[in-house]
Write a protein that binds this ligand. Sequence first.
Ligand code: M6R
Length: 608
Amino acid sequence: MCGIVCYVGPRDTKSVLIEGLKQLEYRGYDSAGIAVQHGNQIACHRAVGKIVELEKKLAGLDITGESGIAHTRWATHGAPTEENAHPHRDEKENVFVIHNGIIENYHTLRKRLQQEGVHFRSETDTEVLAHLIAHYYDGSLSEAVRKTMGQVEGTFGIAVIHRNEPGRVVVARRGSPLIIGLSDGSRFAASDVSAMVRYTNQVIHLQDNELAVLTKDDVSISTAQAVSVKRDVETVEWRGEDIELSGFPHFMLKEIYEQPNTIENAMRGRLEPAEGVPKLGGIMPVWDRLKDCRHLVIVACGTSFYAGCVGRYVFEKLTEIDVQVELASEFRYRKLNFPHNTFILALSQSGETADTLAAIKEAKRKGASLLGIVNVVGSSIARETDAGVYNHAGPEIGVASTKIFTSQLTILTLLALLLGRHQNLSLTDGVEAIRALKQVPEQIKAIFAQANHIEAIAENYYHCSNWLFLGRKYNYPIAMEGALKLKEISYIHAEGYPAGEMKHGPIALVNPEMPTVAIVPQDDMYEKMISNIQEVKSRRGPVIAIATQGDAKIRELVDEVIEVPPTLSFLNPLLTVIPCQLLAYYCAKFLNRDIDQPRNLAKSVTVE
Ligand code: M6R
């Protein structure tokens, strides 16, 4: 969704800001803008559409300055027009502000300001901030921002410059991430560390209701109540090359191919093969309560939710824990009634998904303990939870989540194994599970060897406008995830169904024009899946099977087979999802879609 980049220092401010915005493109946006300050001159330019449109406007202009702010906007209040794009400014064009989040009382504030004679230029909620800051300005930008923070309700990450305060950027947050970057003689701030990782890995995570004043060699942080605070400088593990394509045509394909590594990273230093027990240092702060937990609620959205759905089956297999999986956007409106010692486990790549964050805050209010499996270190969900496990998978840039899904499955399996071994799971089963898990990265490479075959299948079927994905038990969530991947990047309509439900409705759709992807590894659901495939075939529906290597029987039945190596039944999803990701990728490629930034979607969904 919206993205913020700020810079103060001796570099070419315009280039730093534009490069930073490009690193945030993956978050999804529909307009962009920049304001660069030199002395008491501020050059502000905005454009609808991609950053390249903004660059066209800037071409040939001599824009230099010692500080600046830049923004990508994903429209919420008002259409994606130039006037609604950020930065917004006050009437005298002294104050320029960019904003992520939503000002909930903007309507009241706008009316009040209008009654005082203020003229608004845009339909946005953000513009009230510019007028309020100008109104409160009395020689100190930070004090004007602080007073404005006291007036607004809702969420914000903001960055502000003032004509009278060259070389200074004031940032503040409540509910929207803001990270400050430090390098020699330069200060950065951004909503996402990827915008600055090219220049520095030394960061400070600004906390809610804090404000920071950035100058080229200083950062001073204080609370909304003007109490000065010291925050530790942290080192981020993401590297410059993590945000490069490194020869791949798309980040999605790069991230699919990173999975053997990201699964290794999820396990690194966390296995004790001889004991059949994983070690998860991040959950130790709550271990005394967690080890006796009998009720776990997993909350998440989108692909993370489907990882949670696989997790439920894995926990049921390995532990005595009763697991519930909930869509965060619904969970928070339910009557929450937890048994004693319930743990809530949030799954989130970004750690900023508004619904997931709100759901865990609500659960905390009701007395539950919170765990997180999160990729972005220091993110809001990571900070809100009592304990948790990081994915260590590097940034996921493609809007379609791939490597984080398999990383989440790996960590969920480790967590289930750890708890299972403290309950009834035997040493033999624990050792066997770890042995099989360690084989997964190499097994995924064996699936990659079929990439040309998967591409050829996609070429045969990408013209079909409806697809069905079927699976049972561990692979039912993979059917849903396969359908989600296909629809979000190719815009083909797809349904993911538990195969047993097919007869209760979706079978009416089956015809020679609708391919069915049947996820049918040789597990305890195999024979039942074969019956479902026969039902599709007898209605002349084409079937693409994702099946276990060497399965001769399936070849007699279906139109296409993609093989996955044999593994333990509860680990199959780590393998069966890979062909689904590649099928979606190649269909989108044949349809010439914008694979890394599909229409209407945002990588980090920070509004409800
Ligand atoms: O950052 P999160 O894991 O919390 O994001 C949840 C969903 O928004 C995300 O998985 C979304 O569904 C992806 N676009 C799926 O590919």
